[in-house]
Design a protein around this ligand. Structure first.
Ligand SMILES: Cc1ncc(C[n+]2csc(CCOP(=O)(O)OP(=O)(O)O)c2C)c(N)n1
Ligand SMILES: [Mg+2]
Length: 552
């Protein structure tokens, strides 16, 4: 006779799950035993947070939920940050947590926390499984909810007595494809009218434009309309940055070079914008009109209140919109004259060989060693702004960054997931010395899994981004510096390789050697953060004078 845990694992197999990440506890042992004879691989991590960052990234990259498993109480609570990461980031994920038996209680309240309630604000659904009979339907429902727009995390708690209970076999619920409806004709007509009337239109690609299902249809819209586009941080790559319509990425909310185009636009077609991202531009009473094109209606915010919405499956809806305007847009390229100026100033001094290297130089050199389909996964720190702003992206989802929860600690685990899914591509984690240490224990997991992965640590012995903000706000330099382990020895102690970049010219050869050598390789380089204030504050303030000039 099957047990509850057998039904759970069969239901996961029915969903096509091939790996589960996590740290089991004694309450999960029936599930672990059921996994042993299944087609699903159990991948142990060294912290539950790492497991859930990997599972969320699986969802982000494939559109199918990644799965993680933990014990009750302490293990489950270690999932909270990654649950929020998946919720804000729109990443489908299933979290399976254990619990003490619910039919009798022989350990009183030991380790018991109301996990289901704790996760309610961090998930799309958080439920306890109370009967073996409902397992197949609950699992099917959990996967559907996790994948449906907007995608996100779901938590299922399986008490150990339900997991261990013998039961009749219950049939699995078969999967079937679900098409998302296409936008209404009236909405398409209204949007087309605005686009046809626009004098200076601009397209913006946001986070939902990077969903695996979105990426195919969007390129066609940009090509057919020939309207220049910029991206949010999480919208990078959906339409190749090499395209001659790319105007830049909004890494700051306002007053960056790209905002010269934004501020002059009279219409912005915001494709897949999700206001969980730090605003890529600020809407005001006098600013451009905005058409919101996405799977779900816009959230109305102080900084985002579109005047027109095209809600539906993004690719096919855009195709219908392009049918209405293609060949009739006389002003499509009105803002293109700004492109050269924006991009050349962003590329400014990218080859300067000052030591320690500048952020611009590091971004430039990383781009040289990463092929077009190579993936960089960023942790959170000051360098993220530089990569978002300066790194050109040619393929969708080749820059994995978190501009939603913006948590530290996800860089290494998300890069590991990318390396598992795409073993033939180069994958680079880019981390600060602060963020790397938040999940550096997963180096052991990476080595055990024999991943090919390079980790670049940018060392400034500080929580650099906060230290920078402290200086910008004219606070004295205090309380944000720390010491580091010897990262080369640290890598070697895990059985990985380690290298230190000793001169600016050494950065590219060191990264090349690391990729060619295979396995897990940690490269540590210092970074000169004096550029933060010089470029992002002083230079842009100078620039601002021009941006404030009246629009022609
Ligand atoms: C989990 C978490 N804790 C704190 C923060 C606030 N925070 C944002 S960036 C940052 C400093 C990052 O330091 P590091 O990783 O060394 O990168 P650096 O900015 O120095 O390049 C901090 C503390 C955060 N975003 N996430
Ligand atoms: Mg740092």
């Amino acid at each position: 006779m099957p047990k509850g845990s057998d039904l759970l694992v069969a239901a996961l197999e029915n969903e096509g799950v091939d790996r589960i990440f996590g740290v089991p506890g004694e309450e999960n042992l029936d599930v672990v035993e059921s996994l042993r004879s299944s087609s699903i691989k159990l991948i142990l991590t060294r912290h539950e947070q790492g497991a859930a960052f990997m599972a969320a990234t699986h969802g982000r990259l494939t559109g199918r939920p990644g799965v993680c498993i933990t014990t009750l109480g302490p293990g489950a609570l270690n999932l909270t940050t990654a649950a929020a990461y998946a919720l804000l980031g729109g990443m489908p994920m299933i979290m399976l947590t254990g619990q003490k038996g619910i039919m009798s209680s022989r350990q009183a309240q030991f380790q018991i926390v109301d996990v289901v309630t704790a996760f309610k604000p961090l998930t799309k659904l958080s439920r306890q499984i109370v009967s073996t009979r409902t397992i197949p339907t609950l699992v099917r429902d959990a996967f559907r909810i996790a994948m449906e727009e907007r995608p996100g995390p779901v938590l299922l708690e399986l008490p150990e007595d339900i997991a261990g209970e013998e039961c009749e076999h219950v049939a699995m619920v078969p999967r079937h494809p679900i098409e998302i409806p296409i936008a209404h004709r009236a909405a398409l007509d209204r949007a087309a009218e605005l686009i046809l009337k626009a004098k200076r239109p601009l397209i913006m690609l946001g986070a939902a434009a990077s969903r695996p299902r979105s990426t195919a249809g969007i390129g066609g819209f940009v090509r057919r309309t020939k309207i220049p586009f910029f991206t949010t941080q999480m919208g990078k790559g959906t339409v190749p940055g090499g395209s001659n319509l790319y105007m830049g990425t909004a890494a700051l909310s306002e007053r960056d070079y790209v905002h010269e185009a934004v501020d002059r636009a009279d219409l912005i077609i915001a494709i897949g914008h999700d206001t969980i991202e730090k605003p890529p531009f600020i809407m005001g009473p006098k600013g451009p009109q905005v058409i919101h094109v996405s799977y779900t209606p816009a959230n109305v915010e102080q900084v985002y209140f579109p005047q027109c919405e095209v809600v539906g499956d993004v690719g096919p809806s855009l195709e219908l919109l392009a049918d209405r305007v293609e060949g009739r847009l006389h002003n499509a390229g009105a803002l293109l004259s700004l492109r050269e100026g924006i991009l050349s100033r962003i590329a400014d001094r990218a080859t300067e060989d000052r030591w320690p290297p500048t952020p611009q130089r590091i971004v430039h050199d990383v781009r040289q060693v990463i092929p077009e389909d190579g993936i960089i996964a960023l942790d959170n720190g000051m360098y993220k702004i530089w990569f978002a702003r300066n790194y050109r992206t040619y393929v969708a989802n080749t820059v994995l960054l978190d501009n939603a929860l913006a948590t530290m600690g996800a860089g290494l685990p998300s890069a590991m997931m990318a390396a598992m899914l795409y073993p033939d591509r180069r994958v680079l984690a880019v981390c600060g010395d602060g963020g790397f240490m938040m999940n550096s224990q997963e180096m052991e997991t990476a080595v055990r899994l024999k991943l090919n992965l390079v980790v670049l640590i940018l060392e400034d012995s500080a929580y650099g981004m906060i230290r920078w903000k402290q200086a910008v706000d004219h606070f004295p330099d205090f309380g944000l510096s720390f010491g580091n382990p010897d990262f080369v020895k640290y890598a070697e102690s895990y059985g990985a390789k380690g290298s230190r970049v000793e001169s600016t010219g050494d950065l590219i050869p060191t990264l090349e050697r690391a990729f060619k050598g295979g396995g897990v390789h940690l490269v540590v380089a210092p970074i000169d953060y004096t550029e933060n204030t010089k470029v992002l504050i002083d230079e842009l303030r100078e620039k601002l004078k021009q941006v404030d000039e009246p629009v022609a």
